[in-house]
Design a protein around this ligand. Sequence first.
Ligand SMILES: O=C(O)CCC(=O)C(=O)O
Ligand SMILES: [Fe+2]
Length: 359
Amino acid sequence: MAGTVSHLPADALLSRRVQEMVINGEEPPHLYICRNGDHEPDQDVPTQLSSIPIIDLSLISSSSSQPSSKPDHDELRKLHSALSSWGCFQVIGHGISSCFLDSIRRVAKEFFEQPMEAKKKIEKGVLEVQGYGADPVPEEGQPLDWSDRLVLDLYPQDQRVPKFWPETPTSFRNILEEYSYKIKTLTEQISKAMAKSLNLEENCFLNQFGERAQLQARFNYYSCCERPDLVLGLKPHSDGTGYTIILQDDVEGLQVSKDGKWFTVPTISDAFLVLMGDQMEIMTNGMFKSPVHRVLANSKRERISLAMFYTPEANKEIGPEQALINDINPKLFRNFKDYAVTHWEYYQRGQRALHVAKV
Ligand SMILES: O=C(O)CCC(=O)C(=O)O
Ligand SMILES: [Fe+2]
């Protein structure tokens, strides 16, 4: 097969896994090609110069052993500045052990490294979201991503679809269950810390997310590609979430756009990248930015990431916090229900959706 370029339509390509094409030695089919082979040297900032802020959450959140400890104001200021300039930060001091992070990374790797037949037991249909596969077919003319993924709804718990949860590796389900609980707890701490950094009542964002806030896991598997200059692991986009908590492995690839340049997110083994989605930009009346980001392909090493999408509850209206609106900062966004649905429609056309929520 080597050397042949497939001209199959998108739905046929998306019913096969990128990992299969790589194992067969196929070249990227034309629908995956979205770059012109140039390296865009002016736009790529070397990783060592990427100063994405690192926030120590233990300095901000009171721990159960010291419930009355006062937050560190410098750290809160740093958080505020990270989110208004970058729209993301790497979080440490979150209380989840590195050993546990390694176990979720390990089961994710073991899952993707299984033979295709094992993974296809939980395969999604081309139009479905949950399960193992690729995104649903985008609109015509949109490139496909050089990646495979496993998507699972975690909260509210009654939204789980057990038939899509892998049975192998055997520890996958228990570890994911524990991980989802830990991340849900972390979202509470992060939502409070962000509110404090804006001098808001600490539960204000948690109230907007609601009792039935949604948490969804997306395990991304980026196969190696012989032509990383022609494809992207994930095309440029902003997230339609409230915010997203990303666990990387030790392979770089994620880039965040700032001031017209792409900054590679350094891999830090016990940190998560917390990245604002459009709905936090709306809730903060534009104070926090929802950054455009993308994932590069890599010719030498495959990469696995786990994105946890944290989104306000379905059917619940969200909007800018009243305390952030005043004469100097007029209301920039209107209240919005189910923004993620609108975001998805635009995403499929390769566009951002935030303007639809502008006043
Ligand atoms: O793979 C990553 O690091 C980022 C994934 C991402 O942006 C997403 O799943 O929306
Ligand atoms: Fe994303």
